[in-house]
Design a protein around this ligand. Structure first.
Ligand SMILES: [Zn+2]
Length: 449
């Protein structure tokens, strides 16, 4: 595959993909890449999901490792060139780096294209993050200025992305092929090799699902094991345009409360979680090696449990929105960590990932069902009276109770917040004539639907 002219450059491999590397992720999000599927939502148009399947490269380890090393050296070099020369157009990049990628790093024509795609995507991600950081910084500074505070120092400029020798190899539709009997043919520097996929039953079904189009793939090496991450995509159904929205207040104590007064938590979840907390504390005090092992097992159990809870809740909420023909409204938490506005939930750092996971589940399930998700400014949703609009910290009596100091309206604090979220979403819809707020593409690890 090293000979021949460069393939006609169609830009097809630039199809939007999962931006796992770039999307904002809470620091406490467990990085378990061994989960089997994650879903991504891109601009409410294309749903993509990535199936992570164990890969048996038996007998080809050395070849794959060498391909990994060279591929990523090339990608790092391409990234540096495009970064320094500020090339953002993939066609320009292609002409600038293609020849040298092949001659200097020995990549075949197609892998050279893939390395360029990987480098460009990483740069785009870094630039986007940088722009978001700057925007947040400006916003925060404007706030500080209003309060007469000194401006905060600007964020550090971003660095050019680089890839290690064991980073992943990107494959597009021309550089790998799924074969019958769970085999896959992969392009390497030594020509094509055939490796064996080890999918579970559910993964197998997903691979064969005709509704989902198979796109590119990535060979990922983690913890001594190879995985093939296969990307699939599907058109999202059209979003139904509606005025009304169901406001959803997400929290730690009450996992979700909606503006129709339903609380999706129950004592059971809370009891189970506090049991987890107590047991963890006890094990941590012990500190022995076996205690550590138990801790690890337990965190897995807790994660699976919460994931299940999150699936159930998000499903119920989306179903409710579909049936009542309403949008879903959530607080916009973009950049909440950087801005320093720590909401009560984030104090429970340990559980923050579950909280974010529920948001993600809600977002993609809504897209799946054609339900619009509106994000509203979270400022003061918990202190404002949903009845008369009076806003004061004193309105919030305790974690759970709200009583308005002006009109005397009292309700569960989360229900009051959810109502405010619904009101804000309705207002936003009316004022902007129904422009929906784009949901940010975010990574999502998840098994099943
Ligand atoms: Zn009031």
């Amino acid at each position: 595959m090293r000979h021949g002219d460069p393939p006609p450059f169609t830009g097809r491999e630039e199809m939007p993909r999962a931006r796992r590397h770039t999307a904002p992720m809470p620091s406490s999000f467990p990085l378990d890449f061994f989960e089997h599927v994650y879903y991504t939502l891109l601009m409410n148009e294309l749903l993509t999901r990535t199936i992570c399947i164990k890969l048996d490269v038996d007998g080809h380890e050395a070849v794959v490792q060498e391909a990994q090393r060279r591929f990523n050296e090339a990608a790092s070099w391409i990234a540096t060139v495009c970064w320094d020369e500020r090339i953002t157009n993939s066609n320009t990049a292609h002409h600038r780096v293609y020849g040298q990628t092949r001659s200097q790093f020995g990549l075949g024509a197609q892998l050279a294209v893939c390395a360029r795609a990987k480098a460009m995507e990483a740069i785009k991600g870094v630039r986007k993050q940088e722009a978001e950081k700057l925007a947040r910084w400006r916003k925060a500074n404007a706030r500080r200025q209003k309060k007469g505070k000194k401006p905060a120092p600007p964020p550090e400029p971003a660095a050019c992305p680089q890839f290690g020798p064991r980073a992943s190899i990107r494959y597009d539709a021309r550089t790998y092929r799924l074969l019958p009997l769970d085999r896959v043919s992969l392009n390497t520097l030594e020509g094509r090799i055939t490796a064996r996929l080890l999918p579970g039953q559910r993964q197998h079904e997903m691979l064969c699902d005709p509704d989902w189009k198979i796109g590119g793939a990535e060979v990922v090496w983690r913890g001594g094991t190879y995985f093939l991450h296969v990307t699939q995509s599907k058109e999202a159904p059209d979003v139904t345009e509606v005025d009304e929205a169901i406001g959803v207040d997400l929290g730690i104590c009450n996992v979700a409360t909606d503006s129709e007064g339903e609380q999706f938590t129950g004592a059971e979840v809370r009891a189970k979680r506090s049991r987890f907390v107590a047991r963890r504390a006890a094990l941590q005090r012990l500190g022995t090696r076996s205690a550590k092992r138990r801790l690890k097992q337990m965190s897995g159990r807790e994660r699976r449990y919460m994931k299940n809870v999150n699936h159930t809740i998000s499903k119920a909420l989306v179903h409710k929105a579909v049936v009542s023909r309403k949008a879903l409204a959530l607080e916009d938490l973009t950049g909440i960590r950087e801005s320093g506005t720590v909401r009560r939930e984030q104090r429970y750092e340990r559980h923050a990932w579950a909280f974010f996971q529920l948001r993600l589940f809600l977002t993609y399930k809504a897209a799946w069902a054609g339900v619009e998700v509106r994000l509203v400014d979270p400022a003061y949703t918990s202190q404002t009276c949903s009845h008369c609009g009076y806003c004061a910290a004193a309105n919030r009596h305790s974690q759970s109770s709200f009583r308005c100091q002006r009109c005397g309206f009292s309700a569960h604090a989360d229900f009051n917040s959810a109502t405010n979220i619904a009101l804000a979403a309705r207002q936003a819809a009316n004022s902007s004539a129904g422009t929906s707020v784009a949901t940010s593409p975010s990574p999502l690890r998840d098994v099943g639907t």
